[in-house]
Design a protein around this ligand. Structure first.
Ligand code: URP
Ligand code: ZN
Ligand code: ZN
Length: 468
């Protein structure tokens, strides 16, 4: 069936224009001037008409960093499944997620990828892909990276944090970046000095400093900045592009800017929690409230927020992802007597498009930059463009109709993520997703959810188009 989305303002990464979007089956076939003959002819045909007057028409959001049903410990698995998480994403205007297959120390790359495919297949409401998290960089896993790229998993996350689980030393990181570079893949880095952090964590607990705030105090921003600097140096020596995940601090941002100014292909993402929440207001609370806000890297001082918004404006921060890794109170409470036992992560997958649109409302970002950081650049960096991230002839019909005039309040009673609280509770939002199409199928229609598990397909990704 044909669909025509009429009367809206189409937003791309380069600007805004009034245009009609014509969809045939799963694909956009034209984006045309509303007064053109084609627009009139389609309007007069039997095509389904979606009225977008007064709304923005934007490419479906691309969230390149999620952790759905991730076992963090024997007691705690992230609370959104592939089914619930992708449905919540669609509610919030995200139509693509890239999650992770995670190779822990001692496990085999092939096994973890196959297992992740089994978990996601038939479950997702929107399209999905995987990165490979590599926690055991050795001869065999380095060899296997070639086949992984061939299968459409073209990005690899490495870890300077989490000793004993995912951590790699500098030699392993160098070898893995060299290999990713040779293959045309993108190296992603969790940049925190985990060896030093573990010393600080153990010292804190030994002193009896077990409250949630110590999670933040034992992961100083200096050790994120140091890790970003080291990762950039290793990437330069390896002749490989680098993508810093979940950047949280001024110190880390300065190092990204420095590497970029020197001409290196270093890119970075930040996440909504680092733009809005803070260590002093949110993490520095006793018991349950503080535990709810434990994530890594930790929340930083509120004075960081302006710097990160500026980073997004000037492209030192290229992407906003969520690092969605939610846990319910029962799991967060595991750390009530020792902050180290709290599973790390927050839930924001449903709210990313709204939260970053508030930056437009506040004058921090242009509409074009909203779309660029939340859809277009993530699609380009991770080998999905122009299938995803843009409204153009030939692209998948992943389309969001966003009403800028609706006001609503975020919270656990209205969200669709499987979390029994919200770190966004009470936040007032201007603008709301009204209708969402995923590959031409209506998932959300006038805020009625009509999506289904199994509609979403695995995305076998190409190499990053920013780099070729
Ligand atoms: O706290 C976080 N970020 N949890 C998810 C795991 C990770 O390092 O991305
Ligand atoms: Zn990480
Ligand atoms: Zn993550």
């Amino acid at each position: 069936m044909s669909i025509v989305i009429q009367g809206g303002q189409v937003i791309s990464s380069s600007g805004a224009t009034f245009a009609d979007v014509i969809v045939e089956g799963e694909t956009i076939v034209a984006v045309v001037d509303p007064s053109s003959d084609l627009a009139r002819a389609v309007g007069a045909s039997s095509a389904k008409v979606i009225d977008a007057a007064g709304c923005f028409v934007v490419p479906g959001g691309v969230d390149v960093h999620t952790h759905l049903q991730l076992p963090m410990s024997p007691e705690a698995t992230s609370s959104d499944s592939f089914a619930s998480g992708t449905a919540a994403a669609a509610w919030g205007g995200t139509t693509t997620v890239i999650d992770f297959a995670g190779q822990l120390l001692g496990s085999n790359v092939r096994d973890v990828i196959e297992e992740r495919h089994r978990e996601a297949a038939g479950q997702c409401a929107i399209d999905y892909g995987f990165h490979l998290s590599m926690g055991d960089i050795n001869e065999q896993s380095l060899q296997e990276m070639a086949a992984v790229v061939q299968e459409g998993i073209t990005s690899f996350k490495f870890f300077m944090a989490y000793p004993g689980a995912y951590y790699s030393d500098d030699g392993q990181l160098l070898r893995a970046m060299q290999r990713a570079g040779e293959l045309g893949g993108l190296s992603m880095m969790h940049a925190e000095n985990g060896i030093a952090i573990d010393v600080l964590r153990d010292q804190a607990v030994k002193r009896g400093d077990i409250e949630p705030i110590w999670h933040g105090r034992t992961r100083p921003a200096r050790l994120e900045g140091e890790a970003v600097h080291r990762a950039s140096a290793l990437a330069e020596v390896a002749n490989a592009p680098l993508y810093i995940v979940h950047l949280s601090s001024v110190e880390a941002l300065e190092q990204v800017a420095w590497a970029r100014d020197a001409g290196q292909n270093v890119f970075a993402e930040t996440c909504p929690q680092y733009l809005y929440l803070s260590i002093e207001e949110h993490l520095d609370q006793p018991g349950r409230e503080g535990l709810r806000h434990i994530c890594s890297p930790p929340l930083r001082p509120a004075s960081t927020h302006d710097h990160l918004w500026k980073g997004l404006r000037v492209n030192d921060l290229a992407v906003v992802s969520t690092d969605h890794c939610p846990f319910c109170d029962a799991e967060k409470r595991l750390g009530i007597d020792d902050f180290r036992a709290t599973p790390n992560g927050l839930g924001s997958l449903e709210h990313r498009m709204d939260l970053i649109y508030q930056g437009v409302v506040a004058g921090e970002l242009s509409l074009a930059r909203w779309v660029d950081t939340c859809a277009t650049t993530p699609a380009r960096l991770f080998g999905l463009y122009p299938k995803k991230g843009v409204l153009a002839p030939g692209s998948d019909a992943d389309v969001v109709i966003y009403d800028p005039d609706v006001r609503h309040t975020l919270g656990a009673s209205s969200h669709h993520m499987n979390i029994d609280f919200s770190v966004w509770e009470g936040m007032e939002i201007r603008g709301q997703v009204r209708t969402v199409l995923s590959r031409g199928s209506l998932v959300l229609e006038e805020r009625n959810y009509i999506g289904r598990s199994g509609h979403g397909q695995f995305l076998s990704r190409s190499l990053s188009d920013v780099l070729i």
